[in-house]
Design a protein around this ligand. Structure first.
Ligand code: SF4
Length: 545
């Protein structure tokens, strides 16, 4: 064993015995999710520390064993030392009596070896207390146990040196209780391997943390304990407990204190700055440690074959989404006279061209044509009696020249920021994409992924809100010569329409389970990563119905 190699945490051996992929995600990629079970485990240890007089938590490490860890408790019985490990759950049901779970056994034996080395007193037995069924299980620290610990340390070191994630476990039941299932996506990987697989949803359907937008230019965001406090220019204050916040978005020149930034980064809350017009400025996000992921992303996307296959799937998904929306929104209408039919036929021809395209330039050309036909069909979806200032007669941007384009641009900027947040949370590099070229300040991978969501997350709710006469051309917009921007009330309305849409539930046609659009963005980023880390084939298969 090399002395230069870092010590392995005993807790990591527990993960290793449970599932090698779990060990890799936690120890090598440094992804740790504190779910309800993890919090309950921490509480148990705090209660024990408070209640039990002889609960001594001891941190030990050994170069010889290659291990370090914190022993829950050591008791002296008849002159012998006995390490104890406390578990919140139940013991494994044995034929005659309760037995330890293999991962718990390995963990407590590793602690026993650490205690033995540090005290010089031979240890023959360790114990595990399972609190859910009030059972204490004795674990012999014999030669077999010692050999198991040694082998586990060797395997842990091998995995730590690898840049390849181990495959998902064959034992699906382990995944049901695994805190990293939403990151690992084992069921989706099984589905990619076998299309007949009926996946159980282990990915959370919804986010219990909200996005907080600060649109008031003079507002200040500060910290009070574990709470973000937003003080508006008129003195009004709003409090947001940090555990309820997923992202903080500062529009325009709102200020944020260093203390609030610290609180956000420690709580994995992304902070995003956007201009008053909605253009993305930058982010602070403490996502997963990304080194391994980015190495794999660079290696994968440097392969022109893979990049082209992904680009084709993405372009098809976007154009089919546009086509289906036009068809759906014009159902029962006279498409020929409204102009929708021309757009529909143009997109169909472009889709056929994309299917035949053999190079990225040809693909981009067909995708551009589909986009132009799509926007040419959109005006027909708006009601005829809208104020002329709200009508749409073609896409323009930088800067927008009419109300509809101002809304389109603002909504896409909101979407850009959400996609960016998901990419950073997954640990990918937003600047390294496969379809868009790095020509502007915008990150190509973020622009790539946005293509999947423009229609369902913004175009559809925007057209619906227009047809519900939700927009006031006088108070919701600001006119500066030929340029049109959203006023503060307009921005607040747009944010409300967009955030509400994110909460809508949608049944993913491939994974066949329902989830909110907010979660769908992250799911697709994770499925993209699977194109080069696991079982490929599920990314960009989502389609509007
Ligand atoms: S979800 Fe399953 S395969 Fe993935 S790390 Fe957890 S136990 Fe292993």
């Amino acid at each position: 064993m090399s002395e230069a190699e870092p010590l392995i945490r005993v807790m990591a051996l527990h993960a290793l015995a449970y599932c090698e992929r779990l060990f890799y995600l936690e120890e090598v990629e440094e992804i740790r999710i504190a779910d309800a079970a993890v919090y309950a485990g921490r509480r148990l240890h705090e209660e024990l520390a408070a209640d039990e007089g002889d609960f001594i938590s001891l941190t030990l490490e050994s170069e010889t064993l290659g291990l370090k860890g914190k022993v829950d408790c050591i008791r002296r019985r008849d002159g012998r030392l006995i390490p104890y490990e406390h578990k919140r759950g139940r013991a494994k049901a044995g034929e005659e009596k309760p037995e330890p779970w293999p991962s718990d056994r390995l963990q407590v034996c590793a602690y026993a070896l650490l205690v033995e080395e540090h005290t010089g007193i031979p240890i023959e037995e360790a114990r595990i207390r399972y609190h859910a069924d009030n059972a204490t299980v004795r674990v012999p620290v014999d030669e077999t146990a010692r050999e198991d610990v040694r082998k586990a340390v060797v395997r842990a070191r091998e995995l730590s040196r690898s840049v390849e994630r181990p495959p998902v476990t064959d034992n699906e039941r382990l995944c049901l209780r695994c805190s990293l299932a939403p990151v690992c996506l084992p069921e989706e990987e099984r589905l990619a391997r076998d299309p007949r697989w009926d996946p159980v949803r282990l990915f959370p359907p919804d986010s219990d943390r909200q996005t907080v937008h600060v649109t008031d230019n003079g507002a200040r965001v500060s910290r009070a304990g574990e709470t973000l406090v937003i003080t508006r220019t008129d003195g009004r204050k709003e409090n947001f407990p940090i555990r309820e916040v997923g992202q903080l978005v500062l529009h325009g020149y709102a200020q944020v204190s260093t203390q609030a930034i610290h609180l956000c980064t420690h709580s994995e809350v992304g902070i995003h700055w956007v201009t008053a017009g909605g253009r993305y400025v930058g982010s602070v996000a403490s996502g997963a440690s990304p080194v391994q992921r980015r190495i794999r992303q660079y290696e994968a996307l440097r392969d022109p074959g893979l990049s082209f296959r992904l680009a084709k799937r993405l372009a098809l998904a976007r154009a089919e989404g546009q086509l289906r929306f036009l068809l759906r929104a014009s159902r029962g209408e006279d498409r020929a006279s409204s102009g929708v039919q021309v757009a529909v036929e143009g997109i169909r021809a472009a889709l056929a061209g994309m299917g035949r395209a053999e190079g990225i330039d040809a693909l981009r050309g067909h995708e551009g044509v589909a986009g132009r036909y799509y926007f040419s069909g959109l005006p027909a979806l708006l009601r005829d009696d809208l104020d002329t200032r709200l009508q749409f007669s073609g896409r323009n941007r930088r800067p927008p020249k009419d109300c509809f384009n101002a809304l389109l641009s603002f909504g896409y900027a909101l979407l850009y920021r959400d996609v960016m947040q998901a990419i950073l949370a997954v640990g990918l590099e937003p600047a390294f994409g496969f379809f868009h070229q790095p020509r502007s300040a915008a990150h190509p991978l973020t622009l790539d992924l946005m293509e999947l969501f423009r229609v369902p997350l913004w175009d559809m709710p925007l057209i619906a809100s227009m047809n519900r006469a939700q927009w006031d051309p006088d108070s919701d917009f600001a006119y500066a010569g030929p340029q049109v921007w959203l006023s503060e009330t307009g921005r607040e309305k747009a944010i409300e329409v967009y955030e509400r849409r994110k909460e809508d539930q949608w049944r993913h046609p491939v994974t066949r389970y329902s989830l909110s659009y907010a979660r769908l963005i992250e799911l697709e980023v994770r499925l993209l990563e699977k194109e080069w880390t696991g079982e490929p084939g599920l990314f960009a298969r989502m389609r509007l119905r």
